[in-house]
Design a protein around this ligand. Sequence first.
Ligand code: CMC
Length: 391
Amino acid sequence: TGHFTFDPGYTSTCSTESQITFIDGQKGQLLHRGYPIDQLAENSTFLEVAYLMIHGELPNQAQSNEFTNTITNHTMLHDQIESFFHGFRRDAHPMAMLCGTVGALSGFYHDDAHTTEDEARNMAIHRLIAKMPTLAARAYKYSIGQPTVFPRNDLSYSENFLNMCFSVPAEQYKISPTISRAMDKIFILHADHEQNASTSTVRLAGSSGANPYACIAAGVACLWGPSHGGANEACLNMLREIGTVDRIPEFIARAKDKSDPFRLMGFGHRVYKNFDPRSRVLQKVAHEVLEELDLKNPILDVAKELEKIALEDEYFISKKLYPNVDFYSGIVLSALGFPTSMFTVLFALARTVGWISQWNEMLEDPSQRIGRPRQLYSGATPRDFIPMNER
Ligand code: CMC
């Protein structure tokens, strides 16, 4: 077919040029604007990383203060958004609520849809980073039947989010620096990952000039699947199913059996053919959090042993299947008190920074065109229409 290349699953197609994130999958290296992810996770804050992603440089103190103030100013939701939540059943998945309500913001901020204007794009960026935690926390509160906790401007981004999730009118959530720092690190580690499925979805949706909130809703929808952001939920469910260390060999055997569809959740990655650098950071965070909360979690023992066995197993070695970011994030998030249904929501909240930075980068480029993949047609050759009574 002439000059087209056939590349199902885009394993070798660069869909765009980008200056935001670099991954060397063979080395297990992840850089944002040149900075290694482990250095950012150790030394930076999520809002600082957000600024870096969007603007290309770390902010100085004045820029950081201004950015934090701007984001803090936009954390409230329009009161009418509350009605959208009440339209959902209480048992609706919080990802369904997040997808619906972030898309609904497109009906509230019409001016932000002028995607060719810098100012309109900036408003969309700020509003999305500010409102995603409020939407995510509201989805959680709604699902457990508790009243809204409004955002608080005196708290950091992660403290505010934890407070909106876990405070109740009778009792204010007690914020521990270890826990809020762990939350911030999880957000940093999930902030961007170059042209993954959901980011490519946001870019493709945005390439037509679509409303930014609708584009982010498309990203949320894509992230939801168990092969992408849904893997942390699937991983924790799997660790619980394994339950005890002695049952690991049975599950390893199943993962290797080609007639069994079971896969070890939290292992393998399309790009990393080495240790995922994010899982190294999260492994440490998991230990810090469990120590602080004094939780003796049998799931962590299963996770540690599973990691050890898989890393020494010929099948996993030959296929270069290493633990990915989802392997440890589920353990940390459940220790913080989140139900598994919220895991992908937290991923979406953090990844919004990557999605919107990449959306902005694409639209800033004057040579940007609508994304339009081609196909390899394998259907019927031309034929004449058959009337109903002759079929
Ligand atoms: N357990 C057992 N075997 C596996 C696994 C696994 N977790 N992952 C891959 N394989 C095998 C697979 O069966 C195949 O074997 P063969 O070549 O004999 O047919 C080979 O390894 C290559 O797998 P693939 O499915 O062609 O690789 P992919 O690049 O299309 O898929 C993946 C990558 C992440 C979807 C896959 O490794 C997987 O399903 N992992 C489990 C789910 C998971 O943890 N997903 C989170 C991904 S990271 C977070 C994110 O970026 O969103």
